[in-house]
Every structure is written in C-alpha cells, then in structure tokens.
Design a protein around this ligand. Structure first.
Ligand code: AOF
Ligand code: ZN
Length: 342
C-alpha cells in the first residue's frame, strides 16, 4: 500500500462516523511504518477525541513491540491536524510531542481557527509535511463543514411536500398527510444528515411536530430552531414535543439574514427548513437557500387548499435548476440546486 491507498482507507473508515461526529468533520488518521499499518484513529463522536489523538494512543500500546520510536512512523491524516485547544487538546502539538517526523495530509482545515496554523506548528518543529492527497474526497465527505467555512453561512436545504396540484395544506389548519410513508422515511434521513432543523410558528402550532430524526442508527439529533418574532414557546412548552429531545433555540426575529448570523455563532454547518409556504417563500426570496427538495404526491388537494407558490415556475424563477428526480414510493422526489451549483 502507498500513501494514496492509506489516505483512501482513512477517508472510507472516517465516513462511518458521519452521523455521530457532526457538526464536526469526519477525520481519519493512520500511523504506518514501512508501508505497514501500526495503528488507526478516528473522530468518532462530537466533543470526544480527535482522530490523530486516537491513532497516537493506540500506537503507544505497541511501542517496543512493532516499533521502537515514533520517529520511525509516518502519520496519514485526512484533515490538517488542529492547532487550537477546543473541546480537546491540539492535535498538531500532540504530534510534535509524540516525536512523529512525517505527516501526510489530505486537506487543509477550512475552519479559520485552524486553517494553515496546524501545518505551521508541524513545520516549525521540523516535521516533514505533504498536503493534498485526495483533498477533493475529504472536502466532499465533509461537504457541509467545508461549505460553512468557505461561505460563512450554513448550507441550507428547504424541504417541501406538495400535492400534484402544488398545494401545501387546507386553510382550516387541519393537518394533512400529503406524501407516502417512503417519502416520510426519506425525510428522517434528511433530518439525520443536517445539524439543525428550522421551522416557523405556524408549523409548530398547526402540526405540533417532533422534528427529530427517527432513524435506526446512532445520530446526533439535529438542534431545533424556531424562527418567529411573536410566539412565546414558554406558554405551552410542556405540550410541545418540538422542545424535547435536543437543544432548541427560539430566534425572536423574522429577519432571515440576522437569524443566520445568530446561528453561525455556534457549530451548525447545515440547516434543514421544514416550514409552511410563508416562511419557505421568505427563505427562497432571501437567496440563502442552497438546495430544494420537493416530494410530490400523485394526489390533488383541490382549489380550496393553499398553494406552495403564488406563480408558475416559481422554483426556476428563484434560480433553482433540477439536479435529480426519482420515484420514491408513490411520490416523486426532485432535488433542485441553486443555479445548478453543487
Ligand atoms: C483534527 N482532528 O479528528 C477533527 C478536527 O471542538 P473540537 O475541539 O472538537 O474541535 C473541532 C474542530 O477541530 C473542527 O471544527 C475542525 O476544525 C477540527 N476537527 N481536527 O485535528 C479531528 N475532527
Ligand atoms: Zn485535532
């Protein structure tokens, strides 16, 4: 195996922690001696050890068995070792302290707290550094993390469930189930992938949703964000499952741009918006939505129901292009990207 092969292995294995590391990136680290793997480490859970620390810890158990000094080892890591002391210590400093003399990095960390500073620490301590092996794969597997730091905003996906005639619900406010079970299961996966779910007052009051990710694998449940100037959740918090199970934030504001700035103050890299037509259109008009996922059922709700959009071809007019379309149960799932950009 060569460095490329080890990097591919580290990327593949790191990917297994996608749902438990988020909103942190998934990261893998492998220590090798003469093309043989000595140890591996992964960032398995948000808030816990980083990949490099786990790899070094595992290798320490094998000292004088498989190798005699860390200077004999090369570290292959998918992401630049961190320079900062965050929830855990600095990986770059730990690498220096271990005595490792060569580090192969997939991609520079786009997080401004780290970006380039981890490499500087290594180089200043006479560690040989190579950067860029499979960096596109590292960026791709951490799409939301890279997007957030490159664009200074979270990746925003808007999900809507529509009837064949483009309707959302009835004016009577009774809850209608538009899409089929398979689509509803698919939405659970969308929720699991995102760091936060955002909704508005009307959806909260009319549908009384849980808005958690009901999936059969371990996942860091998305945080929940209520965007509404007027609703006071303290009034009936106990009755509302929305406020249970994971961190909830009520942003008492209707201004989308300042809400996004507020959300950026924490670790969130991606948001799924599940809201009614008013908030959905406000987000689309704001220009901040990156991806639109539309589930369309084969049934019509009829003239008396409320439309998602006021005009024809609204999705295209908002600047979205169809990226993919597939059948899901009896529904159709369409994914649109802003200006067709990935
Ligand atoms: C690494 N190795 O395995 C990961 C890194 O809050 P903390 O302390 O966990 O730090 C999170 C930040 O560290 C994250 O935003 C990213 O910049 C980097 N992630 N770095 O050296 C790892 N997961
Ligand atoms: Zn680190």
């Amino acid at each position: 195996m060569n460095y490329e092969d080890f990097m591919l292995r580290a990327i593949t294995e790191a990917g297994r922690n996608k749902y438990t590391a988020k909103p942190n990136p998934v990261v893998g680290a492998i220590l090798v001696k003469n093309n043989e793997i000595i140890s591996e480490g992964y960032h398995e859970k948000f808030g816990e050890n980083h990949a490099e620390i786990n790899a070094i810890f595992q290798a320490k158990k094998l000292i004088n068995k498989k190798f005699t000094s860390f200077s004999e080892l090369t570290l292959i890591c998918t992401l630049e070792p961190c320079s900062h002391i965050g929830k855990t210590g600095s990986c770059a400093e730990a690498i220096v302290d271990s005595g490792i003399k060569k580090v192969i990095i997939g991609s520079i960390d786009p997080n401004p707290k780290v970006s380039g500073k981890g490499v500087d620490i290594l180089k200043k301590n006479n560690i040989e550094v190579e950067i860029g092996i499979h960096q596109d794969l590292v960026a791709e597997q951490n799409k939301f993390f890279f997007y957030r730091h490159k664009n200074n905003k979270p990746y925003i996906t808007l999900k809507i469930a529509s009837s064949l005639d483009g309707k959302s619900h009835f004016n009577s406010q009774e809850r209608v189930y538009i899409t089929c079970e398979e689509s509803n299961d698919d939405v659970q996966k969308l929720r699991a992938e995102n760091d936060a779910i955002l909704t508005g007052k009307n959806t909260l009051l009319n549908d009384n949703p849980r808005m958690n990710a009901r999936v059969n694998f371990h996942v860091n449940q998305p945080e929940k964000i209520l965007l509404s100037k007027s609703y006071n959740p303290n009034l009936d918090k106990l009755e509302r499952p929305f406020f249970k199970g994971s961190k909830t934030t009520h942003i008492k504001n209707n201004d989308i741009e300042s809400a996004i700035l507020k959300i950026l103050q924490n670790d969130i890299c991606s948001i799924l918006i599940e809201a009614g037509p008013k908030l959905a259109n406000a987000f689309l008009e704001s220009g901040f939505v990156d991806e639109l996922v539309v589930y369309t059922s084969p049934n019509k709700l009829g003239e008396t129901a409320v439309s998602w959009f006021r005009q024809n071809n609204a999705i295209e007019k908002y600047g979205f292009k169809l990226e993919s379309s597939c059948k899901i149960g009896c529904d159709i799932k369409d994914i649109y990207l802003k200006n067709g950009k990935k």
